[in-house]
Design a protein around this ligand. Structure first.
Ligand SMILES: Cc1ncc(C[n+]2csc(CCOP(=O)(O)OP(=O)(O)O)c2C)c(N)n1
Length: 665
């Protein structure tokens, strides 16, 4: 982090830094009023002492995660003013090429892992960066800024619990300006003693005057010392005032005049100037410094405004890296009879052995070896630093994986049940998936999420869903759905080698299924369907456990004189369009079979693609078999009435092959 240029070694330097932030924010407001950029911006006037004081206490190698009110933090991190202003003005020369804008800028090369416009979401990410620092013994500290409103977010609570338990080198700086957007904090919490919340979780909770950069610097320095000594995180509540509105267009109709006047009277930039003057710094000296700052801001603004808008031809770039190619594992090739669960275990073991940056964690994953035994013995073999249990905190699991991945780790985290992803989707959808795009391909979050899904007899609506379409909808994620022990093993190894976030939906129903699995030797790349069976009358395109039912159906159909091609897609993102084209070309009749509900299931996407690309080749409309749009009941008799089976697939495929319309949902 190139913070040190702005580090206030004394009050004069602090004044320069804080004034830089203030003048910068004033200029941003002017540029917005002049329509030099679109959208809203959250300015930090009145809060300048907190980023300036915090960064002054950290070293160039430390890290920071900021909120959307983050311009001051970016300046304190040493992000060049012109590139920062250009980003806010959504220009090509912005630090993120106009992809992040005011509220979502990132500059990891400067130690700024990112702003976050999802309230509180940065804390789990910062905890992950701190985890990476701890595992690598780097001595690095990670600071994260949040507002006081964010302390009520579940993700913040989860991250604090996680950080306390792992004793992570994390400093949470809470900028308590009293306003959670338009509502005073006292009106929306039972107790506004925010650092007491942290103390209750086993975290040092400290309060500081957020108007005084030197006091902030000292408290952060203490916290950083504790963190580097292995004494864990600190929650620092820095009280301050929001000098301006919540965002540029906010008229503050809700704010009492007296509160505004109090903020003006407490203006930390003006107060510091008065102190400096009283301490003997002359008006002339201060004026010179102020002119310097003025010139720097004017130059940055002029450069930003003169910069071109981003080239529309680049809008689709940097969503993904090229999928991980195959290659040699460097391990001797062998074959072993393994269950699906053991095949996953073996992939994890080999990746842990091959790559020191791989971490494996999740609920019950370490000591107990997972509720399905998939991670059994890994902790004994690789130690508690690399294979460990987490609190029941899915947002902390996924968010820390994002932060750790950004910092060079390869977290392979387990979310016990696919249904539980829903309580923490933010970290995958709003966070992990964005990083490559916003950073224009310079950074990414190459993490792997393993989860399992699907209905089995007795599983209820909250433990049965097939949610792959939900995540396959998100650009920036890769989605795999392995159906065999071989694929469960090989696709996981491919996922760990990939440079993008990957979610693998394993099939709980198949964990005990055995197969001879090829281990070592050649590593598969990410992507690519598998043709499980070839036949010219009808094609069944499928994935996950339904692929097995489809093979069974094809076998039964062969006995009735109907030859079916069965394509197991394996990966929904990237999608193997060529395999789908092959299936259409070969049969002109396609049935899509999946366990998820039919409406909005991934089959709808495949049907649409076939319609768009191969319409004239079709002899019949594309048909779908899936669960009807019904919640999943626990009773096996009811489940059987809903779930696709070899029988229902065979019936639908036969109808299609014989010239009818095949689907049944
Ligand atoms: C998860 C989430 N919920 C709500 C919002 C809308 N929102 C944006 S800023 C904000 C207020 C946050 O207040 P605080 O954390 O105190 O930070 P401050 O704005 O004072 O810096 C809200 C509710 C959001 N961006 N993200």
């Amino acid at each position: 982090m190139a913070v040190s240029q702005l580090a206030p070694v004394d009050r004069l330097e602090a004044y320069r830094s804080m004034l830089t932030v203030r003048r910068f924010e004033e200029r941003v407001l002017e540029l917005r009023r002049a329509d030099e950029f679109a959208g809203s911006t959250h300015l930090c006037a009145g809060q300048e002492a907190i980023p300036v004081g915090t960064l002054a206490a950290l070293t160039p190698d430390d890290r920071l995660v900021a909120t959307y009110r983050g311009h001051g933090w970016a300046i304190a991190c040493g992000v060049p003013l012109a590139a920062l202003m250009a980003e806010i003005c959504q220009r090509a020369t912005g630090i993120n090429g106009g992809r992040g804008g005011s509220a979502h800028l990132m500059a990891p090369e400067r130690g700024l892992l990112g702003e976050n416009s999802i309230v509180g979401a940065g804390v789990p990410i910062a905890a992950g960066a701190a985890l990476a620092a701890q595992v690598a013994w780097s001595g690095r500290v990670v600071a994260v800024s949040i507002g006081e409103g964010a302390t009520s977010q579940g993700a913040v609570h989860e991250a604090l619990v996680f950080a306390a338990y792992r004793r992570l080198p994390l400093v949470v700086v809470c900028e308590n300006n009293g306003w959670s957007e338009m509502t005073p904090i006292e009106r929306i919490v039972g107790s506004a003693d925010l650092s007491a919340r942290a103390r209750a979780l086993g975290i040092a909770g400290v309060a500081v005057d957020g108007n005084d950069p030197i006091a902030v610097r000292e408290k952060v320095a203490d916290a950083a010392t504790r963190a580097r000594a292995g004494d864990g995180p600190t929650f620092l509540e820095a009280t301050c005032h929001r000098l301006w509105a919540h965002y540029n267009a906010d008229t503050e109709h809700y704010r009492p005049k007296a509160d505004r006047q109090l903020a003006e009277a407490s203006d930390p930039v003006a107060a510091l100037r008065r102190r400096l003057f009283a301490a003997g710094v002359s008006d002339g000296e201060l004026g010179e410094l102020e002119d310097d700052v003025e010139r720097a801001i004017a130059a940055a603004a002029a450069e930003a405004v003169a910069a071109p808008a981003p080239d529309p031809a680049t809008a689709r770039q940097h969503v993904h890296s090229p999928p991980a190619p195959g290659g040699d594992t460097g391990e001797p090739a062998e074959k072993r009879e393994l269950t699906y669960g053991k095949a996953v275990n073996e992939a994890l073991r080999r990746e842990l052995a091959a790559r020191p940056e791989v971490l494996v964690y999740g609920e019950d994953v370490g000591h107990a070896g997972g509720i399905f035994g998939v991670t059994r013995t890994l902790q004994e073999e690789f130690g508690e630093q690399r294979v460990f249990d987490t609190p029941i905190s899915e947002a902390a699991i996924l968010g820390s994986a994002v932060g750790a991945a950004l910092e060079g780790m390869r977290p392979v985290v387990e979310v016990m049940w696919g249904d539980f992803l829903l309580v923490a989707l933010d970290q995958l959808v709003n966070q992990a998936a964005n990083i490559r795009y916003v950073s224009q391909g310079r950074h990414a979050a190459p993490l792997v999420v393993r989860t399992q899904q699907g209905a089995v007899p007795g599983s209820c609506a909250q433990h049965s869903q097939s949610l792959e379409a939900l995540l396959a909808h998100i650009p920036g994620l890769r989605i795999g759905v392995p159906s065999t022990p071989q694929d469960a093993h090989a696709m996981l190894r491919a996922a760990v080698a990939d440079e993008d976030p990957v979610v693998l939906f394993e099939a709980r129903a198949l964990y005990q299924r055995k197969q001879t699995v090829r281990l070592g030797g050649e590593r598969e790349g990410v992507g690519g369907a598998r043709v499980r069976r070839e036949g010219g009358d009808v094609a069944i395109v499928t994935w996950g456990p339904v692929a097995l039912a489809a093979e069974e159906a094809a076998e039964a159909l062969a006995g009735r004189g109907v030859e079916a091609t069965v394509v197991d897609l394996r990966w929904l993102a990237p999608l193997d369009d060529e395999a789908i084209a092959m299936a259409v070309g070969r049969t002109n009749r396609v049935l899509i079979a999946h366990e998820a509900n039919v409406t909005g299931g991934f089959g709808a996407e495949i049907a649409a693609r076939i319609g768009e690309r191969h319409f004239s080749d079709l002899d019949a409309p594309v048909s779908r078999v899936g669960a009807p749009d019904v919640r999943m009941p626990a009773a096996p008799a009811l489940q059987a009435a809903l779930l696709p089976s070899a029988d229902s697939i065979a019936r639908a495929a036969e109808r299609l092959a014989l010239g009818g319309i095949g689907g049944e949902g």
